[in-house]
Design a protein around this ligand. Structure first.
Ligand code: CUA
Length: 347
């Protein structure tokens, strides 16, 4: 008997330091997994927009509140298990049920509802007259982005949105095929894009920088490869960029780019893609007038450089399964290199 007790004590004394040693590792691993979610280009907890600030504040308020209530519940469970007191009288028990079971949740949830409703007017307020308006149409699996110039002309691009800091912008959202959802976590909440109807979202970026927008509604095979770059800059940089985007494509200058432009037409790319200022006037796929100026290709899937562009052209279906564009891997590699050089020259 005594030896069994000694063995149990010995096991305990070995386990306790072992547990403490592992607790440290567990905490480090847990921090490594969860903390990066609190910052970065796609974090609702690292707000860079007015709506995102409100949402983050609501999140922290609810998390801290829920944490306090959880700790209280654990304490009550501990009290129930370890308390050796006499049972409560019926009167005491009723008060505990009325207080803890009715009054407390009613007060807490009402306060939360009022707080949430108070945030709403700002989140859904229309933008000031004359604000920037951007139309975004979602496709499987990319984003058609249209800006409106001062005289009402449209400037179309794809998978990249630039915004001036500190100004309200109104997004007019619609879908070309299935339900998608437009979400730039750093700037604000998400809104569904529904076929056959237009939805709206107003965002006010408060900090310059690079952010990442995503599709937040499962929309088919390549839903996870449907993101876009968001670049918030000072007004003058934004205006300079938009003016550049409004111009037609530059004529190819290098020998390789000239060959690429010919191959682009010869292989029928212009049936789906438009390049303003050329014979390519397709409307099915992304506008490529300034394709080379974008940060990424294939809706945020790859870095935009000549090698990646060539890779994308030759393995399209492999890189984004189910996308409408076929793979052009059957073209000779030097032709693909030339087409990639042409597209990269479209700054
Ligand atoms: Cu589009 Cu998910």
């Amino acid at each position: 008997m005594e030896s069994a007790v000694n063995a149990a004590i010995a096991r305990q004394t070995i386990r306790a330091p072992l547990f403490r040693a592992h607790l440290g590792s567990v905490l480090i691993v847990a921090s490594a997994i969860f903390l990066p979610g609190c910052s970065g280009i796609q974090s609702a907890l690292d707000p860079a927009g007015r709506a995102a600030e409100d949402i983050a504040e609501l999140f922290w308020g609810m998390t801290i509140g829920a944490g306090i209530i959880w700790a209280l519940m654990v304490a009550l469970v501990g009290y129930a298990i370890y308390s050796r007191r006499e049972p409560h009288t019926p009167r005491q028990a009723s008060w505990l049920i009325i207080g803890g079971g009715v009054a407390f949740p009613t007060v807490t949830l009402s306060a939360l509802l009022i707080y949430g409703l108070a945030l709403l007017p700002e989140l859904i307020a229309p933008p000031p007259e004359g604000s920037l308006k951007i139309a975004v149409k979602s496709h499987q699996w990319w984003w058609r982005v249209t800006y409106f110039g001062p005289t009402g002309e449209t400037i179309e691009l794809a998978n990249e949105i630039r915004l001036p800091v500190g100004e309200a912008v109104e997004f007019e959202l619609e879908s070309a095929d299935v339900i998608h959802s437009f979400w730039i976590p750093s700037l604000g909440g998400k809104v569904d894009m529904i076929p056959g109807r237009k939805t709206r979202l107003v965002l006010v970026p408060t900090r310059t920088g690079l952010y990442r927008g995503v599709c937040a509604e499962f929309c088919g095979t390549s839903h996870a490869i449907m993101s876009f770059d968001v670049i918030v800059s000072e007004k003058q940089d934004f205006t300079r960029w938009l003016n550049a985007q409004s111009t037609p494509a530059a004529a190819p200058a290098s020998e390789q780019a000239i060959l690429g432009a010919q191959l682009f037409q010869a292989n029928g790319c212009g049936a789906c893609h438009a390049i303003r200022g050329t014979d390519a006037r397709g409307v099915i796929g992304p506008d490529l007038t300034h394709a080379g100026s974008r940060r990424s290709i294939a809706a945020g899937a790859m870095k935009n450089d000549p090698q990646q562009m060539k890779h994308w052209l030759s393995k399209t279906q492999h890189l984004k399964p189910g996308v409408h564009m076929p793979s052009y891997g059957m073209l000779p590699p030097e032709h693909l290199t030339a087409i990639a050089a042409y597209l990269e020259s479209l700054q």
